[in-house]
Design a binder for this molecule. Structure first.
Ligand code: SF4
Length: 606
């Protein structure tokens, strides 16, 4: 078996049993890897009505056939479970070095079952696994946890872990490796419930690929093509990211893409956007240090920041990327860059999703500004627009579930329901998952994508920069291709060309990569069918939880408050796009996959 490690690990934290399963060919042919493996396991083994925080819920970590090889950006891992945030499909993905190390340690997937009654961590190395005591690690931040495990198990060990936010069952807690977050859906909360503090991996089993020379040739071709593109766009002759994962927020402001005041405004002022933009970051808080960000990727997209003193002092740490600059910045009308760096660092250390955290705080601020919340409710905190000290303070309180933080730790949808008095109109989410920081009003295909993703709104799964002229057919194509990319184990940021409308020049590359890695012929048609199968299974799963057409919609604000672009008022209209979308997907008029469609894709109905 080339590319794959060939083994899946099953760990029952209730009984302490560990099982080593051989990876089945059928699994590879139908699901490819990563997101596909995780989807198949959750769909088949976790009945939809299983409570998210229960020993019966499972947590699946999975990587792809390309992960950990010499392919460019082959750094990705996926984690899936039933979400404690939304109660439906939960999934997140990340890069870094852990995924490659898991492959080298001999596993393609880890299925975590049951729940431990005391803190533990999982250690995997060279085809073996052990459940180890984590009493001394409980309560530590992710940074401290990584440091402790590495000093115990060796510097080469790579660690994904949770911090106090997840231990305290913050519903949007995430899983972190060195400042990289598998951020969405509350996968860290499931780890916290299971008392699984971390998974440490180390190994020497570099995967054998079918044709290393061909893989190298393809990689060189790919790098050359990317370099040409970068050169044409920026004049740079290196793939190293000039600005890390930050962004020019002032350009987002000009394009009307930036979220402003919980999506209620159309302008903020150039100076404010510029104050939290990537250029300002480079001129002020950014250190010169550029560290390798992910396995086998020359892009090095992390930037490091440090704030020596003051209320927002932070040690040198990974700086905020675009989503965080927006969710803790413009969304809250907060133009204090140091406070965003501080909040970002707190979220990483405590393991919390910055998008859900920012959106939940934005809802609370709007409630406060409109008299729905008072100082008594918030424990004396003045939750007003742009109050950077309050924003950082409430972030800490959420992680600790302290005072009013107890309410906000439930995430934007549930917190708004607890607050009541009409707070739900300020809760900006789809299916319980907060809107990412790209405006769907200026981009109808993005609106359709947000509304129909099984996990709720998400900027991944097909890139946020979907062309405005994309048709529903192309939205579906991108959603399916995204499932394939997340199953390959490669980074979406390096594989943007897979999503180009001209698929023959781009996605057409994937069968060649897979052939060189696995020796298996996956043609484009078969890969698209795998992508469709994965997406449809998730949809079939959530429809068993009552999700239907009524839930495929954006918050009312997007169809009530326009963005004005060159004098034209733009509003989101998903409703009118749904009939043709469902029809093209082979779902009924209520958005339920038909039996014929399930049969065609070989999906067993639930
Ligand atoms: S592009 Fe950035 S996030 Fe993607 S693999 Fe490379 S360094 Fe990691």
């Amino acid at each position: 078996m080339f590319g794959y490690a060939g083994k899946m690990l099953r760990v029952d934290l209730t009984s302490g049993q560990i099982q080593y399963d051989t990876l089945k060919e059928e699994m590879i042919n139908s699901f490819l890897g990563g997101a596909g493996f995780a989807t198949s396991i959750i769909y088949n083994e976790v009945p939809p009505l299983t409570p998210s925080l229960s020993p019966q819920n499972k947590l699946v970590f999975a990587i792809g056939p390309v992960t950990g090889t010499r392919w460019f950006g082959s750094s990705r891992w996926v984690v899936a479970s039933k979400s404690p945030l939304t109660g439906i499909w939960g999934e997140a993905d990340s890069g870094g070095f852990w995924a490659a190390e898991l492959k080298h340690a001999g596993f393609d997937a880890i299925v975590v079952e049951g729940a431990s009654d005391k803190p533990v961590f999982l250690w995997v190395s060279d085809g073996k696994a052990e459940i180890r005591d984590a009493k001394g690690l409980w309560g530590l931040t992710t940074t401290e946890t990584e440091r402790e495990i590495k000093s115990d198990c060796g510097r080469r060990t790579r660690v994904v872990s949770i911090g106090p936010g997840a231990e305290n069952l913050v519903r949007f807690a995430c899983v972190i490796e060195s400042g990289h977050a598998a951020g969405r859906s509350g996968m860290g909360c499931v780890m916290g419930y299971k008392k699984l503090k971390a998974i440490a991996a180390v190994g020497d089993g570099m995967p054998e690929v079918a044709d290393p020379d061909e893989l190298k040739k393809l990689r060189d071709q790919w790098v050359e093509a990317r370099l040409e593109r970068v050169k044409a766009r920026t004049g740079m002759t290196t793939l190293r990211a000039q600005y890390g994962r930050g962004a020019h927020l002032e350009r987002g402001l000009e394009r009307h893409n930036l979220p402003l005041g919980n999506w209620s405004l159309d302008d903020w002022g150039y100076d404010s956007a510029r104050a939290i933009s990537t250029d300002t970051m480079a001129e002020t808080v950014q250190t010169g240090m550029r560290v390798p960000t992910c396995w086998n990727c020359p892009v090095h997209s992390d930037t490091m920041v440090k704030i020596e003193s003051g209320p927002f002092a932070v040690e040198e740490c990974v700086g905020p990327e675009y989503e965080t600059l927006a969710s803790y910045g413009s969304l809250l009308l907060n133009d204090n860059l140091e406070s965003i760096c501080k909040a970002n660092d707190l979220c990483n250390r405590y393991s919390m999703d910055t998008i859900e955290a920012g959106t939940t705080i934005a809802m609370a601020i709007e409630c406060y500004e409109n008299g729905i919340l008072t100082k008594e409710d918030t424990g004396g905190i003045e939750l007003t627009w742009g109050n950077s000290e309050a924003i950082v303070e409430i972030t800490e309180m959420i992680a600790r579930r302290k005072g009013f933080g107890m309410v906000l730790a439930e995430g934007v949808k549930k917190a708004s329901e607890i607050i009541g008095k009409g707070a739900d109109k300020y809760a900006m989410h789809v299916k319980g998952s907060s809107i990412c920081e790209h405006d769907p009003r200026i981009n109808p295909p993005l609106a359709l994508k947000y509304a129909t993703l099984p996990m709720g709104a998400y900027h991944g799964k097909g890139c946020p920069d979907i062309p405005v002229e994309a048709t529903s057919t192309q939205v579906i194509e991108r959603q399916n291709i995204a499932e394939v990319v997340d199953s390959l184990g490669v980074c979406g940021a390096t594989s943007g060309r897979f999503f180009s409308p001209d698929r023959t020049m781009t996605f057409g590359f994937v069968p060649d990569i897979l052939k060189a890695v696995t020796g298996i012929d996956f043609d484009e048609r078969k890969l698209m069918e795998i992508g469709e199968r994965i997406f449809t299974m998730k949809r079939a799963y959530i429809t068993k939880l009552g999700v239907s057409r009524k839930d495929d919609r954006l918050p009312a604000r997007f169809s009530e408050i326009p963005r004005v672009v060159e004098g034209v008022e733009l509003l989101a209209d998903v409703e009118s796009l749904l009939p043709s979308y469902y029809n093209l997907r082979g779902w009924d008029e209520n958005g339920i996959p038909t039996i014929d469609k399930l049969n065609e894709l070989g999906i067993k109905p639930l």
